[in-house]
Design a protein around this ligand. Structure first.
Ligand code: ZN
Length: 193
């Protein structure tokens, strides 16, 4: 269901109707009939290592302010997924990264997002809190604040990251994550390649 209230072209009210030739309701302008197509958003992020420790950021913004997350965010127009992931690291952790490789693709169909996570390493070990972070810190595996991670996607990424490291593989993970407050978390993992 659309969250839009007003037409992006003329400002009039919107109505949920199935346009001719379409098969699902869209937000259609009651005045100029402009159809607002809404599609999933891409989120890009990184798991960065420095001497075996992982960079996490404590969120300074809602939702989940005060909880730990991996640097990640919405892609911007005209950038690649890799560029977006490196930009998020710059913005949230004031850090540069090297050797980024695709690590996982996660579908979050309930909130219409697709995450592309990269793994890599911090360029020089330096990081500090950007505008969207209260704090940034490097955690060894045993010190990861599992109970204070911001989102299931973060928990899943870190779990698979350490698992993969132990198995010494470079397999890309591909999974569907269904999470809803109060409901049990569902993760469907698929083979890839
Ligand atoms: Zn309109």
């Amino acid at each position: 269901m659309s969250e839009l209230l007003f037409c992006q072209r003329c400002g009039s009210g919107l109505q949920q109707i199935v346009p001719a030739g379409d098969n699902r309701p869209r937000a259609v302008c009651t005045s100029c009939e402009f159809i607002h197509y809404e599609n999933p958003k891409n989120v890009v992020g990184c798991l960065l290592e420095w001497h075996g420790k992982i960079l996490l950021c404590k969120r300074a913004i809602e939702p989940r302010r005060g909880y730990w997350t991996l640097p990640a965010g919405y892609m911007e127009n005209q950038e690649t997924t890799l560029e977006g992931a490196a930009r998020e690291v710059r913005e949230e952790a004031c850090a540069e990264c090297d050797d980024l490789r695709l690590f996982a693709v996660y579908n979050l169909p309930r909130i219409s997002q697709v995450y592309m996570m990269f793994s890599g390493r911090l360029r020089d070990g330096k990081a500090e809190a950007g505008d969207e972070s209260l704090e940034v810190r490097l955690f060894s595996q045993k010190d990861i604040p599992w109970d204070n991670l911001a989102f299931p996607i973060v928990t899943e990424s870190l779990t698979r990251f350490f698992e993969r490291k132990q198995e010494r593989t470079r397999e890309v993970h591909y999974a569907d994550i269904f999470s809803r407050p109060g409901a049990p978390l569902e993760i469907h993992r698929h083979p890839i390649g």
